[in-house]
Ligand binder design. Structure first.
Ligand code: SF4
Length: 152
């Protein structure tokens, strides 16, 4: 079974109430090969919500207590992001996920690049908080950009 970001499957769970539909990912769901997860909803957020970025590093640094996740209003939401990451890990283990496909650039789900905390659209190399935790626990996490059918 594959665990995928809910927004990639077309669910309108992004901070602004939209989705990030990727037809390859949607097809996995229709073929009963995938289950969806949204770490931010698991963490306790609802949709819509304020945009948030990692300040002072990447997801690894957040897990290590060296960086924070902050909303554009300045509210520190680090704990909610960490909670969502652990609940996503629990779900991945429960379903025996062979691979996890998460939305690139998100402060939760990014797996190559994340926004740099300036809320100006600038990106830095690194994982989101959930991706960092899943990788630390031995799970293979890729983005929708890296996913192709021949991975299965
Ligand atoms: S990128 Fe991740 S946390 Fe953000 S809406 Fe999609 S599934 Fe939820």
């Amino acid at each position: 079974m594959i665990l995928v970001s809910s927004c990639l499957a077309g669910l309108e769970v992004r901070y602004n109430g939209t989705h990030s539909l990727d037809h390859k990912i949607r097809r996995l769901l229709e073929e009963n090969k995938a289950i969806t997860v949204c770490p931010e909803l698991l963490g306790g957020f609802s949709t819509p919500r304020q945009p948030a970025e990692i300040i002072g590093g990447n997801g690894e640094d957040v897990l290590d207590g060296k960086a924070k996740v902050v909303e554009i209003t300045g509210r520190d939401v680090t704990e909610l992001y960490i909670k969502g990451a652990y609940l996503t890990l629990k779900k991945a283990i429960e379903i025996g996920a062979s691979i996890v496909v998460l939305k690139e650039y998100s402060p939760s789900c990014g797996s190559s690049m994340v926004y740099n905390g300036e809320f100006k659209g600038k990106k830095i190399a690194g994982n989101g908080v959930t991706t960092a935790l899943l990788k630390r626990n031995g799970l293979q996490v890729i983005s929708e950009e890296q996913f192709s059918d021949n991975i299965l």
